[in-house]
Design a protein around this ligand. Sequence first.
Ligand code: ADP
Ligand code: MG
Ligand code: MG
Length: 206
Amino acid sequence: MGAGVMVVAEWLLECSREFVARKDELDGLDRLLGDGDHGTNMVRGFAAAEDLDLSAQQHAAEALRQVGMALVQNVGGASGPLFGTFFLRAGAHWDPSLTTHGIAVAVREAMRGVQARGKATVGDKTMIDALAPASASLDASAAAGEDVAVALEKAAAAAEHGRDATVDMVAKKGRAALKADQSVGVVDPGAVSMALILRTAVRHIG
Ligand code: ADP
Ligand code: MG
Ligand code: MG
């Protein structure tokens, strides 16, 4: 297993552990906004990803694609295909040299994929509200020539800021839109998950 695959495999493993630890919290948020299964969905998806033999992969890009496929195939509902697309597209655009520019491109393309599929834009109270500021931050870091550790730390902080901003938003996409009038005052669980994935990346890729 090459160094790049190791880094990505460790990152995904920690995501899986984090989702197990935060399953009830995420289900609870989704109970207020949707159908109460978001934490359960993420745990199921990442458990399937953990079952993959990522060590058999020679390239991080392929490991990311495998994880994306596992999420698409094992998680029902909105979030499986969307988080799956995130990893599939990140894998398709992954630069194994792990530069700030390469990561910025992969995250930007991953976000484009999620938006092509889910049609959400900033302000709709979804995972995009965490992802878009992270992607913009990575682009700015790449332009400024910042190293990967600094860039990922800033991106994770931007995602968390975006996540927190969903509290005041009215839900416009997914199941939460059906309860739009009750959605203000609650943080979007998908944005919490996206911020978690990016924060975890700081510890493994940064
Ligand atoms: P479901 O709503 O099918 O039960 P989950 O509960 O697992 O799926 O995921 C809900 C999360 O999915 C939301 O919190 C939101 O962040 C995200 N989401 C829903 N619809 C969209 C969309 N069209 N674009 C982006 N993210 C979305
Ligand atoms: Mg749900
Ligand atoms: Mg559901």
